[in-house]
Write a protein that binds this ligand. Structure first.
Ligand code: BYC
Length: 482
């Protein structure tokens, strides 16, 4: 009998899906495994493959007490296939098949659509590891370095999660896609990753924290939407991935929060009251808040692009089919079919952004993006509380959804962070006021000197409030030379 709660570590591929009784899939995954390890060696964290890292590994899929912590060399991390427990009697919660029993096999007519969703989701996971592979060398502390590596190994596991679904349910096509997931490369002109933000560089630690706050949160919203799926194995996979994802957003939110904290403290210690006096704040060796705002503007808008076009037939088809639902679908009080409903979509009307009611089915990307904006806004408010507590007069704000967009309704327009549409020339003249300039990048880069003594932190970032797994402040989270 398959134990669906505890993870079996006796096989080469830890799992709670009974792989040892599923020889065909076990074989397919074992054939894929060496290529994955080669990819990890080539594209995973550079320079630390032999170090011992204090990592958590999932031992069960029970939301309470599911992980254990221990020192592991990353290439020896036990990546595995973990699905949340099945819900008995679960029915399709939306779309044309609303109320029918969920599927354990892929419905033939939805094969192509489902495969595309799995491949896009799968592609983002190795992409983020590739984007972050240089960061170990400039970690501001061993604590942060360990968090980076934890995020990286779990993104690797999320790739395994999608590869399992592709191999198990899509035969030869699935195997081919699984191989392609190891062949594309973030930022490569010939074989780039599929979505925009996953081809951008993550050159410094502030970018990493912004990425895990903003872009991993797109991951949260997309996984929440896929966790509603009528294809039950996908739903169960995503539900467990979300358990791990929460830590990634914690890393981002607390990382930016600690950066803010340190900047404000340094300003207070030096008697600097004016946050816009950038040169004086930078002379303290911390990241001035206006530059931090520019990074917010960049990462938020790159992440908004990940929701696709505001009006999308792809999204409508996936909803009708019962494959991809809305955020918290089962908590929404409506018909879950959206036959007559409308939804307001932000459009460019007479040269201004305006809400226009459209059929709700066509506006599902916009709706998920709005849910994302609300979720993101709460985190930004928590950052603003940190600033307010220090007495510094500054507020971080999310820019308007028309600002700096490459996908959808506003991709052809230029807008200010307040949403005012402007001409190309004004945009070019003011771009560096709103988005990080190369001089800003150079300054941040100049702060990225590594700190590897246990318990010490780079000058630009405050220590965390608590250690990982309740470890003391001077705990050696990474044994670099062991
Ligand atoms: N870049 O109808 P449209 C995560 C393409 S993050 C490039 O507007 P649709 C993670 C689109 O593919 C979560 N291309 O959009 C985070 C389509 O092309 P085709 C990842 C883009 O399909 C951090 C065309 O434009 N998971 O997990 O409704 C670290 C028209 O498409 C982009 C998912 O995204 C773009 N930004 O929505 C690690 C879930 N946007 O097919 C991990 C799965 C659109 O016509 N994906 N296009 O050639 C989806 O649900 C949808 O595919 C999207 C796009 C939301 C991405």
């Amino acid at each position: 009998m398959i134990d669906t709660i505890n993870v079996n570590y006796d096989t080469t591929i830890p799992n709670n899906v009974g792989l040892s009784e599923d020889r065909r899939i076990l074989k397919a995954l074992e054939r894929w495994h060496p290529g994955y390890l080669d990819w990890w060696q080539d594209m995973g964290p550079e320079g630390f493959q032999e170090s011992l890292v204090y990592l958590r590994t999932a031992v069960a899929v029970d939301p309470k007490g599911w992980a254990k912590f221990d020192y592991v060399r990353m290439p020896e991390y036990r990546w595995g296939i973990l699905l949340a427990p099945a819900e008995e009697g679960r029915t399709v919660p939306f779309g044309e098949h609303f109320g029918e029993p969920v599927w354990q096999e892929v419905p033939g007519e939805y094969r192509a659509m489902l495969r595309r969703l799995l491949v896009i989701q799968g592609d983002t996971e190795p992409a983020s590891v590739e984007q972050q592979r240089h960061l170990g060398k400039t970690a501001p502390s061993l604590y942060d370095m360990r968090n980076l590596f934890q995020v990286n190994v779990e993104e690797g596991r999320h790739l395994w999660a999608m590869v399992y679904l592709l191999q198990k349910y899509f035969g030869a096509d699935g195997r081919e896609e699984a191989n392609e997931l190891l062949n594309r490369r973030s930022g490569d002109v010939d074989k780039p990753r599929m979505l925009g933000a996953f081809n951008e560089a993550t050159p410094d630690w502030l970018s990493f924290f912004m990425f895990t706050f903003f872009t991993d949160r797109d991951g949260k919203l997309q996984l929440e939407a896929l966790a509603q799926s009528g294809f039950d194995p996908l739903s169960r996979t995503c539900r467990f991935m979300l358990t791990e994802e929460a830590h990634h957003m914690f890393v981002g939110e607390s990382g930016v929060g600690r950066t803010i904290q340190r900047t404000c403290e340094a300003m207070n210690e030096a008697g600097l009251a004016y946050p816009h006096d950038i040169e004086k704040v930078r002379a303290l060796g911390v990241i001035d808040l206006p530059t931090l705002q520019k990074k917010v503007n960049l990462h938020y808008t790159l992440s908004l692009d990940l929701f696709g076009s505001e009006i999308s037939t792809n999204a409508a088809n996936a909803f009708n089919a019962g494959l991809k639902g809305r955020f918290h679908e089962t908590r929404i009080d409506d018909d879950h079919r959206l036959l007559d409903a409308t939804y307001p979509v932000l459009k460019l009307v007479d040269g201004r952004p305006e809400n226009v009611d459209v059929p709700a089915l066509s506006a599902l990307n916009m709706r998920l993006r709005n849910d994302y904006a609300v979720d993101t806004g709460k985190g930004v408010e928590r950052w603003n509380k940190i600033i307010a507590r220090t007495g510094v007069d500054f507020q971080i704000r999310l820019p308007h959804a028309a600002f700096h967009r490459h996908i959808g309704e506003f991709s052809t327009a230029h807008a200010t962070p307040d949403g005012e549409i402007i001409a190309e020339a004004e945009w070019q003249a003011r771009r560096d006021d709103w988005l990080p300039s190369s001089a800003d990048a150079d300054y941040i880069d100049s702060l990225m000197t590594p700190v590897s003594e246990p318990g010490r932190f780079a000058n630009w970032i405050a220590p965390p409030k608590a250690g990982i797994d309740n470890r003391p402040g001077d705990f050696e989270y990474v044994k670099i030379d062991d």
